[in-house]
Design a protein around this ligand. Sequence first.
Ligand code: M6R
Length: 617
Amino acid sequence: MCGIIAYSGNRSATPILLNGLRKLEYRGYDSAGIAIHSNNSIHIYKQEGKVENLVKSIGDYENDSTHMSGNLGIAHTRWATHGPPTTDNAHPHGASASGEEHNIALVHNGIIENYRALKSRLEGEGRVFHSDTDSEALSHLIDSYYDGDLAKAVSTALKEVQGTFGIACLAKADPGKMVVARRGSPIVIGLGDDETIIASDASAIISHTRQVIYLDDNDVAVIQGGKVDIRTLDASPVVRDIADIDWSEDAAEKGGYEHYMLKEIFEQPTAISNSIRGRIDTDRGTSVLAGLQLEPRDIVDLQRLVIIGCGTSMNGGLVGEYAVEDFAGMLSEVEQAAEFRYRNPIVGSKDMVVAISQSGETADTLAAVREAQCKGALVAGLVNVVGSTIARETGRGIYLHAGPEISVASTKAFTCQVSVLLMIALKFARSRRLSHEEGIKIAKEIERIPELVEEVLKQNDHIAKLAEDFVDYDNMFYIGRGYLYPVALEGALKIKEISYIHAEAYHAAELKHGPIALLEESMPVVALLNEGPGKEKTLGNVEECRARKSPVLGVITAGDEEAKINCDWYIEVPASPHYTATITSTVALQLFSYHVARLKGCPIDQPRNLAKSVTVE
Ligand code: M6R
């Protein structure tokens, strides 16, 4: 989704901002732009398409002593919401009453919900708009209040705004100053030596500094060189903690892999080890999750565990639901976060709600968190991005420690989410009904996950080869039962988002209640056939598919000859209980999706129309 990078300091802003834009590309975008304050003017360049189009349009900025040589600037990658992805709709948006020069330049993430009313009022005052965006209305609104004090103009304008924003703003008449603010859309302030780098996420800052401040909602910060003054919308000073980014710049680079997605798939043994390190107590057969802030007595008192999330995070949540019921005998439900927020959910003080989000910024999940808090539930976050809004607003929870996930398609976040959910289920189970002995068994199985994943990764060449047979299919079905049903959902999501093959996931038993009508030679079926409960029944469903000429790709337990003879292709994963086979089988299907998409020449790390962090409804 949209990305912001801004700079104030002693160095030339343009190269810093252009590099920052490149680091933000992974979020998904369709146009980019930059505004530099230089020689008493604001110079704006914008371009449809990739950042490199923008770079070309600027020309030789390194030898330019006028336009682009300033050391104050803002830049943006736009993911279209209001108006198509054109150059005019790209940010920054300049504004002035006369429409001739830019008195103000603004970059904005989020949505100004009342922009139509603001726009028609401002047009009534004679202002001319050049874009279809909601953001331009905010730029003009700020300009309309500007009388030499940029922070005051921004605060006054933001009080009139309904919706969400993360913004960075410059004024022509304020050469050394930038104002940034947020409500519902993240702003991270990086503190350097006599310089400040602002961004919508830390990946664009890490090459400059590890010391950051995360703005809270309705904070307005005035930045001048290395000075940061944070206030509320009513201008009362506030102090925000300085945090350290705990991952290195290398972690956000491709490291020799062709795509971030492949690198992140291969990082999973390490990422999962980081997620479980120090959190498994094999002697006591339990897990140690202090971040949940729950004593055994609190767990006994809980009636239900509700898990909320979107997309891959919701699929991970479904494994959590099964594990909590299976290990702990406790009621658990997973809910799509947008559905939860809007349907007046029945939750209360006896419920714990766990919000799962890689980014910690997903708008629907965040709103669901607030709804659950409002109803008095205990709310915890299961989040990867440290300092993100969901992590901070829940105040309790567990970080995944998966490291930065750059590819839009989520991979390591899912397997780390499932690993942590299994630990939560184990902890709850040991406070309720699970014996010491059973607890030790599960704890040891969780500890094995990284090595099991290593085994699956060894199948990479085999999976790449069989993927060749799938590039010409337009449709696919994925089927599974029990713990393996969420794997089918995640497998189908992965292939559709990166290879654009239409894929549907069904509980294997559901196939004959309708979807079977579509089975024919051109409809391959991916079947989750790991040894364990339900395998024989799924094998029966596989036979039904093959009887209708659908070819079958099975994900099977290594050495399972019975499964092999029933499949046209197979991928073997190591033997393990179904609760950890969720992870090994998903890794196999991640590699499968990756290779199909690669062979089809798809833009794997930035699939069309998708954004890494979905901060709008
Ligand atoms: O950051 P989140 O985990 O909250 O994101 C939720 C979904 O938007 C995300 O999982 C999405 O489905 C991914 N593209 C899946 O690969």
